[in-house]
Design a protein around this ligand. Structure first.
Ligand SMILES: Nc1nc2c(c(=O)[nH]1)N[C@H]1C(S)=C(S)[C@@H](COP(=O)(O)OP(=O)(O)OC[C@H]3O[C@@H](n4cnc5c(=O)[nH]c(N)nc54)[C@H](O)[C@@H]3O)O[C@H]1N2
Ligand SMILES: Nc1nc2c(c(=O)[nH]1)N[C@H]1C(S)=C(S)[C@@H](COP(=O)(O)OP(=O)(O)OC[C@H]3O[C@@H](n4cnc5c(=O)[nH]c(N)nc54)[C@H](O)[C@@H]3O)O[C@H]1N2
Ligand code: SF4
Ligand SMILES: [Mo]
Length: 736
């Protein structure tokens, strides 16, 4: 068959977490190119990380064989062993620790994005073993938003951006090379006349073309939302019928909102009152409007309130489950959900009660989320709703503290799968202490990372072109998208499915993992549809059902009251303020005068990854701090000057990029920087030199109350000029 006549194959790119379906091209058993989809609607733009997949998958530093530590922990000295030996030893050592300390001694950190369908496998293994201590980067990104949204209306909606008449972006800044499909949706809506409102301290790419741009101070999003509600309620711009019939707590909410007159909100946010009112009116009176999920409110000291406020705005303006608004899609009836596969029912309530952090910060833990079980079953037909992997998680800060201090009990085994944990949570020094105090660390990875360097065993992972998968976007959406395996994994690289399967079989509960391949597991997951994986793969690259709107008219909302809980009964029961409020983050002062925020994702990389991939690193060789020209001039700092950014928690080095688009008094620090090229010359490949995680504290008082979220958006910091570049940096970094 000629190349043209051959049926196209499709794989979902997992280099970032938005999961574009692309068309892989192979030759002689190797991935040689990633091309745009054949369907023009899915091929409007493709980002250069996706196109670079062959450079990642075939990289000469890719891990191919299991490694066993031979030096001191973190010394980066290894012997190659077989996969069988690695799994045998991991199983035996884990069993010894479980016998000594109980199963809760194992904590697991995953991303789940890049390892695909295996979140359910992580949880299934953990639930069978008996440990509740699962953590993930989604505690700072979408997972926690999902958990908080559920408190208000029982599900996590997906914004129907393409059909919307008004899109509100709280910081969220999709671009051609950052979350390309969302960027495409926003552009489609704009072409259809949608208005865009951006709330961002910086003039971001989305802000440049927005209809309105409110340049709020970092970390004040909750106050801004309270201001919007003040306008919407007092000017009676809300949907009265919806409020009367489908909500609880409107009177109390109105009273709370009146504590935030626009003069107060203007003072907190730094945005003029009239602009706040105008934006609120534009949003509330649009024919349809959405506030797409944003990570910005996932990382603030008022995170729970800010996320709840977005939910409340959606509800009051009548935008829930309507075209152009926010779709509550529910589980796909043709696909076994991760919640069912993960089987949280297996974990006893005694073990659930040991989930770390649940006492102080319960919102995304079992303690709060299990209060929704009856309501979830009534509304969505299943008891557990593990959307975007973010419900039923332990609190990462509590887990790393327990790993370091052995209080409230010893956590002595830590597994990181497709997650560079050391750099991916707040308070990196505490994480290191925790890791150094472990008796067993396992990393399942495609590259040697600072986290993997601290492991006892490094198991080589496979990548998306090497495994089959069907995505329902972690139960966020109900469409099913195909991802086909097009090449064999190299050497002994394994999937996380195999990892958990093989470990369970060694630890005596293999009966709970009866599938002998990913395909067999996918056959099971597709069983309600009557299709096998092979049939699905043969017939369709995507299965999308027509949305059914306003389902709540039939089912009610999946909350204890069956209504949208403007005043949250679950927060009240847990002893928290049931109404949203604004809490100020730590204040800037003469010593630490800048509001520092992390974010503005790098086009060239996903999070902490790809710094060793030349075609990508060449685009962004050096970590950059953004500063406003006025601030730079005051400190006599020039463009490209090396500086030290100090907070009360730690310090990092980076180069300054002076930008008019920055907000005065604000500094942007990038996330995820380490230096693979310094492996062997700097400790942990320079993991402490330029990582934002070093800067952000996570003592209980530094965290959002309800969820225990760190304040990555607007912590106080200062900048010290360096007279010479930091010692030991590579030529590439110095030149960049
Ligand atoms: N300090 C701090 N922490 C943060 C954030 C922040 O801004 N600052 N951001 C948060 C956000 S928004 C998110 S989404 C999370 C992200 O958290 P994660 O998605 O876990 O991202 P990383 O920690 O960069 O880890 C990804 C690792 O997976 C490896 N990898 C890539 N592809 C594959 C694969 O196919 N198989 C396997 N086995 N491994 C693979 C990469 O080499 C990399 O080391 O982090 C959160 N944590
Ligand atoms: N190329 C690339 N694309 C990515 C990723 C990547 O690593 N690389 N990561 C993906 C992931 S996991 C995520 S979560 C997204 C994140 O991507 P976005 O949602 O776009 O978030 P950021 O890039 O972190 O920051 C966006 C904006 O938030 C503004 N901002 C900072 N602090 C505040 C604040 O307190 N309030 C408000 N309202 N705005 C503020 C910043 O000025 C910035 O312009 O990107 C995704 N896309
Ligand atoms: S935006 Fe780029 S990196 Fe992310 S999934 Fe799509 S192609 Fe891959
Ligand atoms: Mo994220």
């Amino acid at each position: 068959m000629s190349e043209q006549a051959a049926k196209s194959r499709y794989s979902i790119c997992t280099i970032c977490d938005i999961g574009c379906q692309l068309r892989p091209v192979t030759k002689d058993g190797k991935l040689i190119a990633m091309k745009a989809h054949d369907n023009p609607a899915l091929a409007r733009n493709v980002c250069y990380k996706g196109i670079s997949a062959p450079h990642i998958h075939n990289h000469n530093e890719r891990l191919l064989k299991p490694l066993k530590r031979v030096g001191e922990r973190g010394e980066d000295k290894w012997e190659e062993i077989t996969y069988e030996q690695a799994m045998d030893e991991i199983a035996a050592r884990l069993q010894t620790l479980v016998d000594k300390h109980g199963p809760e001694t194992l904590a697991v950190s995953t991303s789940g994005w890049n390892t695909q369908s295996t979140h359910a496998m992580d949880r299934r293994f953990m639930n069978a073993l008996g440990t509740p201590n699962y953590i993930s980067g989604v505690s700072l990104c979408a997972g926690n938003t999902a958990a908080v949204n559920k408190l208000t209306y029982g599900w996590f909606p997906f914004a129907d951006m393409s059909n919307s008449k008004c899109i509100v972006l709280f910081g969220h800044n999709p671009r051609k090379h950052s979350w390309t499909p969302i960027y495409n949706m926003i552009n489609a809506a704009k072409a259809n006349g949608a208005k865009v409102i951006v709330l961002d301290p910086r003039v971001s790419e989305q802000a440049e073309t927005a209809n309105m741009h409110l340049r709020l101070r970092a970390g004040t999003d909750a106050a801004m939302c309270l201001g919007w509600l003040n306008v919407i309620i007092n000017e009676e711009l809300y949907d009265k019928d919806f409020v009367d019939e489908y909500t609880t707590g409107f009177t109390e909410l109105s009273e709370r909102v009146n504590e935030y007159p626009l003069s107060r909100v203007a003072e907190i946010t730094g945005v003029p009152a009239e602009q706040i009112a105008e934006a609120a009116r534009l949003y509330a009176t649009a024919e349809s409007a959405c506030i797409p999920w944003t990570p910005i409110t996932d990382m603030q000291i008022s995170s729970t309130s800010a996320i709840r406020l977005h939910s409340i705005l959606r509800a009051l303006t009548g935008n829930l489950d309507v075209p152009g608004g926010e779709l509550l899609e529910g589980f796909n009836p043709n696909y076994i959900s991760e919640s069912v596969l993960g089987n949280h029912g297996m974990l006893t309530s005694q073990q659930k009660a040991k989930q770390l952090g649940a006492d102080a910060h319960p919102v995304y833990t079992y303690r709060a989320q299990e209060k929704l079980l009856d309501a979830t079953e009534r509304t969505w037909g299943q008891r557990y709703s593990d959307i975007v992997m973010g419900s039923y998680m332990a609190n990462p800060s509590a887990v790393f503290r327990a790993m370091a201090t052995e209080a409230p009990y010893p956590v002595k085994a830590f597994f990181a799968l497709g997650n560079n944990s050391l750099l991916s949570y707040p308070n990196q020094h505490q994480i290191l202490k925790g890791l150094l105090n472990q008796e067993l660390i396992v990393a399942q990875e495609i590259f040697m990372t600072p986290t993997a360097m601290l492991a006892d065993y490094v198991v080589p992972g496979d990548v998306f072109s090497e495994r089959n998968h069907i995505s329902d976007m972690w139960s966020w959406r109900s469409s099913l998208t195909l991802s086909e395996k097009v090449v064999e994994p190299p050497a002994e690289a394994c999937s996380t499915f195999e990892f958990w399967h093989d470990l369970a079989h060694r630890m005596g509960f293999g009966n709970l993992f009866p599938w002998d391949s990913i395909e067999a597991m996918l056959d099971y997951r597709l069983s309600p549809s009557g299709m096998t994986f092979a049939e699905f793969a043969d017939k369709q690259y995507m299965q999308v059902s027509n949305p059914e709107y306003r389902k709540y008219r039939k089912t009610g909302f999946g909350t204890p009251s069956g209504k949208v809980e403007l005043k949250s009964s679950i927060l009240e029961e847990l002893g928290f303020d049931p109404l949203p409020y604004y809490r100020e983050g730590p204040a800037v002062d003469a010593d630490y005068p800048y509001h520092v925020f992390t974010g503005v994702r790098e086009d060239a990389f996903f999070q902490t990854g790809q710094r060793q991939v030349k075609v990508l690193r060449d685009r962004s060789p050096t970590p950059k701090l953004f500063m406003h020209p006025t601030d730079a001039a005051r400190q006599e700092i020039e463009d490209n000057q090396w500086v030290k950014l100090e907070t009360r928690t730690g310090e990092v080095v980076a180069k300054v990029l002076i930008q008019e688009s920055m907000k005065k008094g604000h500094v942007r620090v990038p996330h995820g920087w380490w230096y693979p090229e310094l492996r062997g010359s700097a400790d942990l490949a320079g993991a402490f030199l330029s990582s934002d995680a070093v800067l952000c504290p996570d003592a209980p008082e530094d965290l959002d109350r309800e969820q225990g979220i760190p304040h990555f958006k607007g912590f106080p910091g200062r900048i010290v000029k360096l007279s010479a570049p930091p010692a030991g940096m590579s030529e590439q970094v110095l030149a960049g």
